[in-house]
Ligand binder design. Structure first.
Ligand code: PHB
Ligand code: FE
Length: 329
């Protein structure tokens, strides 16, 4: 674990001519205008489309910086050390590294989280939902107009044991504001019957995962629906492009439950292309721990992401005690 620099300065600046505030995080500067987000650091500057930037920023915050690396694109991103976070530019980009133009700031998690949260709130206009598919939300562009704080602070599903159990995450329904998505109109909505032996009522449960996912209002947002020690089932519904390029610090298993996702797989540290994986309904893939990946889903699809959340895994892999690949064929 890397200790964060004690006194990384953070600043929020007055709104610019387009109505958007700028933010300073150590030696990084963030600003936006009508179309773009701009990131600068002592040895470089970078520009990202505002909609793509906000979609990535939203996930980085909602997932508490996730497992390993969240690349906003091939240049800018964060690396989670679970307590502190590296904010980087060019760190996992071979050309920037070779030219020595990369830059990293290590920040305590609450520090970067609070600045990122303020930036997301200030830069998200009324009508734009960074979690929604492009077909189901408005535009991110233009001068600042309003906000969408209700959407960007929505509850993230993290079951303690399993969705639907007493006291745990509830099922979704029309009544609690979760209508069936337009692309999942054909998904059966019946629920399994459970007949527990007397005395075991609280220990046996079951729910219709497909029905549950058909009612998800968001895309590319794995939710924890069941937990068995470190084993987390994190299914998600996908449409258009995963807004981050995820650099793993552990292996991840993917089970394509419906439809199709195309994955671009690259070397985690350099960005060198490694594979293109086309996953069709029923396909299973083990993504190694030394890659990064980004998915493309032409239609809204259901994907099961299976994570092992053990805090020991990154160290076991980086010290060579665990293989980078979870399975040999
Ligand atoms: C991943 O990086 O493994 C990932 C992230 C979000 C998703 C699906 C997969 O929705
Ligand atoms: Fe991943």
């Amino acid at each position: 674990m890397t200790a964060a620099d004690a006194a990384v300065s953070t600043q929020v600046h007055e709104p610019n001519e387009f109505g958007y505030r700028s933010f300073t995080l150590g030696q990084f500067q963030f600003s936006r205008d009508e179309y773009f987000a701009y990131v600068s650091w002592p040895t470089g500057q970078h520009v990202i489309s505002a909609d793509a930037f906000l979609r990535a920023l939203q996930r980085d915050i909602a997932w508490e910086f996730f497992y390993g690396i969240v690349n906003f694109d091939g240049v800018v991103g964060t690396m989670n050390h679970y307590g502190s976070v590296d904010l980087f530019a060019g760190r996992y980009n071979d050309a920037y590294r070779k030219a020595e133009l990369d830059h990293v700031e290590t920040l305590d998690t609450p520090v970067i989280k609070s600045v990122f949260t303020a930036m997301l709130s200030d830069w998200t206009n009324a009508g734009f939902d960074p979690f929604a598919s492009p077909e189901e939300t408005g535009s991110a562009f233009g001068p600042k107009h309003g906000d969408n704080d209700a959407a960007i602070s929505r509850h993230r599903v993290t079951a303690q044991r399993m969705v639907s159990l007493a006291g745990d995450e509830p099922l979704r329904s029309d009544e609690n504001g979760h209508p069936v998505n337009r692309m999942f109109a054909d998904v059966e909505q019946d629920e399994p019957e459970v007949h527990a032996e007397p005395g075991f009522e609280s220990e046996v449960g079951s729910f219709n995962l497909f029905a549950y996912l058909s009612r998800s209002p968001v895309t590319w947002n794995p939710s924890v629906v069941s937990v068995c020690r470190d084993s987390l089932y994190c299914p998600t519904t996908e449409e258009y492009i995963l807004p981050i390029i995820h650099g793993n610090d552990r292996a991840e298993w993917f089970v394509q439950l419906t439809d199709e996702i195309i994955w671009d797989v690259e070397d985690r540290d350099t960005g060198r292309k490694r594979a293109k994986v086309v996953m069709k309904a029923g396909d299973v893939a083990a993504m190694p721990s030394d890659i990064r990946h980004q998915g493309y889903s032409p239609k809204r699809s259901m994907l099961l992401v299976w994570e092992n959340a053990s805090p020991e895994i990154p160290e076991l892999i980086s010290s060579g005690q665990f293989p980078t690949q979870p399975v040999e064929f």
